[in-house]
Design a binder for this molecule. Structure first.
Ligand SMILES: *Cc1c(COP(=O)(O)O)cnc(C)c1O
Length: 452
């Protein structure tokens, strides 16, 4: 395989910046190379769209909050002019894809997670000779629920994937078991238990929770393990976001073509959700979409994989995988996701926790949008694209320098709806202190002057 950064001094810079925990933008020169044969088959996107649609009537019945939208799980696309001004982005327009508000699951995990639960439900029903065709509502019948109750759906998660899988699996009548890492938040565990899911706590990190869950599921009859490190079904569900965004951009009158580039910035953990989204978008917009993945400086496993071609752990780079962005605290990338997107991702960048919290605060101040720390990661990438040498060189390599005035920047805000008020407030206050050191100084000087 071809390794990026043929110029080895670039590669050395990338790796030493990563080791030092410095925010860094890496851009790819692999775009357009042929996809690897063991990657994702894009026909699965259409199948996933059809499956999610088939389940809408049932979802509408199980979750009253979705009844008004006919059981469709989707998020808004909003322009963010005030945040854009605060960030001082002068070229193009900044939009937010509001997956933080995806109903029921409260995060980007909804499309992928629900899809895998539905696919498993259909396969169990089919194996029992229950034919559904266009009548998925039949899955709500008592005898079908009794069948599902004899089956288990298990998953390993830092939190949000567990919330999506556990909630939907329990709602359909399955036994739901969620293996959680030590960094998973208490309120997520409590919420899952309230929904009827079993939460198994593990002392290690995300990868340990996945490994433990996978092992436990293996020995068990009638158990399906949702493997976040290796799932085409999750990936297919995520990829349906491409058509959703296309529809919304069209409705908003936003053109995407050679002289109107589309930049999409997606917070990244194992790479499954951003990978699926990037895949769905690339199928539609081809070379005119440029997807950047964003990771915490302490957990840049996807950047390491992209830059070196090796699925190494962040611990091998002396990093500790500790971050407030719990949805992104992942030590090793998904091999499957990387094989599926290596040829189409534009780049990856890292962000410090201080910047996440400051942007979380600024977003609430400017646009009244509340996100969790992970979901604020995309804004740092917009700044990196507008203000770094690496980005300038990427834009000129792709003939985009003269078209940036017509650029569309879509920041994917990936989670936050279910975050308890007190947790949000704590992040917000820390972000506020980080955002305003100058004005605080003025205030305290002012007070000092008044006191004297
Ligand atoms: C899971 C998650 C991501 C990233 O998804 P991966 O598939 O792990 O790359 C981003 N943001 C939030 C809030 C998440 O929960």
């Amino acid at each position: 395989m071809k390794i990026t950064d043929p110029n080895s001094s670039d590669r050395t810079t990338t790796l030493s910046s990563l080791r030092a925990g410095l925010p860094f933008l890496w851009t790819s020169d692999m775009r357009g190379t042929p996809a690897l044969a063991n990657g994702f088959d894009k026909r699965l996107t259409a199948a996933a769209m059809a499956r999610l649609q088939r389940f809408q009537p049932l979802v509408a019945r199980l979750f009253p909050e979705l009844a008004s939208d006919g059981g469709r799980v989707r998020s808004e696309l909003k322009q963010a002019p005030h945040m854009q001004k605060t960030m001082d982005v002068k070229q193009g327009k900044v939009w937010i894809k509001c997956d933080h508000a995806l109903p029921v699951a409260g995060s980007v995990k909804a499309r992928g997670g629900f899809h895998e639960v539905f696919e498993y439900a259909e396969s169990i029903a089919a194996a029992a000779g229950i034919s559904l065709h266009d009548r998925v509502e039949g899955l709500d019948a008592p005898e079908v629920r009794a069948l599902f109750a004899r089956h288990e759906i298990a998953v390993g998660s830092t939190g949000n994937l567990g919330l999506a899988i556990g909630t939907m699996a329990a709602a359909l009548g399955f036994r739901a078991v969620v293996h959680m890492s030590s960094d998973a938040k208490e309120w997520k565990k409590a919420r899952l238990r309230a929904r009827g899911a079993t939460v198994v706590e593990h002392s290690g990190d995300y990868a340990d929770a996945v490994a433990a869950g996978r092992q436990q599921a293996q020995g068990q009859l009638n158990c399906h393990f949702v493997d976040d490190e290796n799932s085409a079904s999750l990936f297919a569900g995520y990829s349906t976001a491409g058509a959703e965004l296309q529809e919304q951009l069209m409705t908003a009158g936003v053109v995407v073509d050679a002289s109107h580039p589309l930049f999409v910035y997606i917070p990244c953990g194992v790479g499954g959700a951003p990978g699926g989204i990037a895949h769905g978008l690339a199928d539609i917009f081809g070379p005119f979409v440029h997807c950047f993945f964003v990771e915490p400086v302490s957990s840049p496993c996807v950047l390491i994989d992209l830059a070196t071609g090796r699925t190494d752990s962040v611990y091998d780079y002396g990093l500790d995988n500790r971050t407030e962005a719990d949805g992104l605290a992942v030590p090793r990338a998904s091999r499957f996701a990387m094989d599926s997107v290596r040829h189409l991702v534009a780049g990856a960048c890292t962000v410090r926790d201080e910047d996440l919290l400051r942007d979380l605060y600024l977003l609430e101040q400017t646009e009244k949008i509340r996100v969790e720390p992970s979901a604020a990661a995309g804004f740092a990438a917009v700044r990196a694209l507008c203000n770094s040498e690496q980005a300038t060189s990427y834009l000129s390599r792709h003939g985009l320098t003269g078209h940036m005035q017509q650029a569309t920047h879509v920041v994917w805000s990936t989670g936050g709806l279910l975050l308890p008020e007190a947790d949000f407030r704590a992040y917000h206050d820390r972000g506020s202190a980080l955002a305003a050191p100058c004005s605080m100084l003025v205030t305290s000087n002012h007070q000092a002057a008044l006191a004297s």
